[in-house]
Design a protein around this ligand. Structure first.
Ligand code: SF4
Length: 682
């Protein structure tokens, strides 16, 4: 049979590149770049090129599985849905509505996320629903809502090509969002100046005018020092501040506490460099700030985001093309999962559950009685498992790799009365489930993802799920009906019409309009072309508000017992918990084994050579891995990718939370290292 070519969207990072899947004899045989996709315009990174490789992997789940002792047995879908609904209903009626919780998924479509949060809220009268954005960009949502009024990327990816100055802070986009970096390279070719602020010399830094290797967790002092110098030099955008913002006097007072000599001593960056970066940013016609989890995954992540927003407003570098703030969303649909209300305090479209008028609107539309009490976050749901939380429904998330202090996560999940995991593989988390439901991957479903620039894009089903596995949309419809909800949706397109009617910013979006180029929200009516950049004439909240970014140093600093800083992150060939990329033969061959990067001086002091086995230990756990000797890390710091189940970096990380957004401080903790002679001898 002749092959078919089906347009869809990459299942990995939030860039949202277009893929054309070649389908031969019912199988996804190859992935090609989609030249017509407006985001990637014919580019893919290595992960995209090999996105088809895991689709038909022999380890795919093919039937519902029920735990019997230490083993799983296959059961029918009828039995599985009936059991799931019965157990969840029994739990809620025995222990109360808030004893049930759900983790939705940044890997699943908008329509699936909308259905999941609606199911948890409407069937059980609880807001105990969250997803892994809590672990990455919750700080962005909270910080940007306070300052700008919208928690999304202000501009479009293509705007980066027109920037004259780009600050990269805590983002390794060259490995995490490689196609987006293409726009940055275009800017550099035009002569744009790029500064990279990161303790580690990531590949982004190769093209930087300067790399500022600041002390871990000192972003606020650095940003405050830059703002102080900008104000002292009169480089701030006086007219913009006067007309478009409020509370600048409070910021001025705050900046008095950050003279440059103090900033230099706190951050480790010399005063001349701070002045140079501040002046270049403030004087640029158009300047952009790109950031990622090096900013958000701190105990002061919200304050870090606020400081970035303050800097952009101070210089008038927001609300116009080629400038703005670019929080790079890590997962393919983490933006969409947030937009769709897979959050414990917000309905779809960031509408507060605590607002009586909003709640009334959703109650009427859903014909359901809804709770006014914000629910528990990911980390709170895990911590409360087996205590307040008795049953948990996890859709396509893998907290046994992704959450901090995973020993604690595994203990908690085992305390649950009933755990349902819906996924495509028997993940580390699914192994603890009482009931496993086999879902579908990106190539097997129709729906939409929203990329990091707020663009809804269409996925087209290319192949069938394996065996008896089913699309997550179809599973959720069955589950909803079993729980007595009117989940009779004929298609994801029909469901979209429901949420477009409930969220003014999506009112003009429909499947028919998405076919070629997608649409960027806000898109308030059927004729609206979508929005390339936000905050043009007015901020979403009205006036932009300068908020004081209170500085909290890292909660765990190196000491005599644990003398090194640990930093975690991604590598180019792998993605998140490795569930998909580590089942791609090509990608796995690129980087097969876990490792940590160690500075040559530290390696020599420990007697460790390249490839040696070492044990890394924190106050929470210990892993055995191999050493890569590299001056990409500074002396006294090590870096570990977090994708590897056999050496889970999140065994080590600190679960201490940012109090405002409940994101853990993944980026900084203290560890010790020793050569592992036993592993070395094997
Ligand atoms: Fe996929 Fe991201 Fe690579 Fe694009 S940059 S191909 S979306 S992983």
């Amino acid at each position: 049979m002749n092959p078919e070519f089906i347009r869809t969207i990459c299942p990995y990072c939030g860039t949202g590149c277009g893929i054309v899947l070649k389908v031969q004899d019912g199988r996804a045989a190859a992935s090609y770049p989609d030249r017509e996709n407006p985001v990637s315009r014919g580019s893919l990174c290595v992960k995209g090129w090999f996105s088809h490789e895991f689709v038909h992997h022999p380890e795919r789940l093919t039937a519902p599985l029920l735990r019997k002792g230490d083993a799983f047995v296959e059961i029918s879908w009828e039995e599985a849905i009936d059991l799931a609904a019965r157990k969840l209903r029994e739990t809620a009626s025995t222990y109360g509505p808030d004893s049930v919780g759900g983790l939705s998924s940044a890997k699943c479509t908008n329509e699936e996320n909308y259905l999941f949060q609606k199911l948890i809220r409407a069937a059980f009268r609880t807001n105990n629903v969250d997803h892994c954005a809590r672990l990455c960009h919750a700080a962005t949502t909270v910080g940007m809502l306070q300052t700008l009024g919208s928690g999304a990327m202000t501009n479009s990816i293509s705007d980066l090509a027109g920037a004259d100055c780009i600050l990269f802070i805590g983002s390794n986009a060259a490995e995490s969002h490689p196609v987006l970096m293409g726009e940055v390279y275009k800017a550099l070719d035009r002569g744009a100046k790029m500064f990279v602020i990161d303790p580690r010399e990531t590949p982004v830094a190769r093209n930087a005018r300067k790399l500022l290797r600041l002390n871990p967790g000192t972003d606020i002092p650095l940003l405050a020092g830059m703002m102080r110098h900008i104000v002292d030099s009169g480089l701030h955008a006086k007219d913009f501040i006067e007309k478009r913002t409020e509370n600048v006097e409070a910021l001025r007072t705050f900046l008095q506490a950050w003279p440059l000599d103090k900033v230099a001593s706190e951050t480790g960056i010399d005063e001349a460099t701070i002045r140079e970066v501040a002046e270049t940013y403030a004087k640029a016609e158009n300047a952009a700030i790109v950031y990622c989890m090096g900013i958000t995954q701190h105990a002061c992540g919200v304050a870090n985001v606020i400081a970035i927003c303050d800097l952009a407003m101070l210089c008038g570098q927001v609300g116009k093309p080629f400038s703005g703030i670019y929080p790079l969303r890590g997962q393919n649909n983490v933006q969409g999962a947030c937009d769709m209300g897979a959050l414990p305090n917000l309905y779809p479209g960031y509408q507060a559950v605590a607002d009586a008028a909003i709640r009334e609107k959703f109650q009427k539309a859903w014909k359901a009685d809804l709770s006014d009490k914000p629910g528990k976050t990911v980390t709170e749901l895990i911590n409360a498992s087996g205590k307040d939380i008795r049953a948990l429904y996890i859709m396509a998330e893998n907290p046994c790799i992704s959450d901090p202090d995973v020993n604690h996560v595994m203990e908690a999940l085992q305390r649950l009365d009933f755990l349902i995991v819906q996924d495509i593989f028997l993940t580390e988390t699914a192994k603890f489930a009482h009931l496993v439901l086999p879902g579908a991957c990106f190539a097997e479903k129709t729906g939409t993802y929203t990329n990091t620039e707020r663009r809804f894009q269409l996925l087209h089903k290319a192949v069938d799920p394996p065996g008896k596995a089913m699309g997550d949309f179809e599973i959720l419809c069955l589950m909803g009906k079993a729980l007595g909800l009117p989940f009779d949706y004929a298609s994801p397109a029909e469901l979209m019409a429901e949420y477009a009617g409930l969220v003014p910013a999506y009112a003009g979006i429909s499947f028919d309009r998405l076919e070629r180029a997608g649409l960027q929200w806000p898109c308030p009516d059927e004729k609206h072309p979508g929005t390339r950049f936000l905050h043009g004439t007015t901020f979403t909240r009205g006036l932009g508000r300068f908020v004081i970014p209170d500085y909290t140093p890292p909660m765990e600093k190196p000491d005599a017992e644990y003398p090194y800083y640990l930093n975690t992150g991604r590598v180019f060939a792998h993605y998140h918990t490795g569930t998909m990329t580590r089942r791609s033969a090509f990608l796995n061959r690129e980087i097969e084994d876990p490792y940590v990067e160690i500075h040559p001086d530290d390696a020599s002091a420990l007697g460790v050579g390249p490839g040696d086995w070492i044990r890394v230990t924190s106050r929470r756990g210990s892993i055995v891995t191999t050493a890569r000797i590299s001056d990409r890390v500074v002396k006294g710091s090590i870096f570990a990718p977090f994708h590897f189940t056999e050496a889970r970096a999140n065994m080590l990380t600190n679960p201490v939370l940012d109090p405002a957004c409940k994101t853990p401080e993944y980026k900084v903790c203290a560890v010790k290292m020793e050569k592992d002679h036993e592993a070395q001898a094997r």
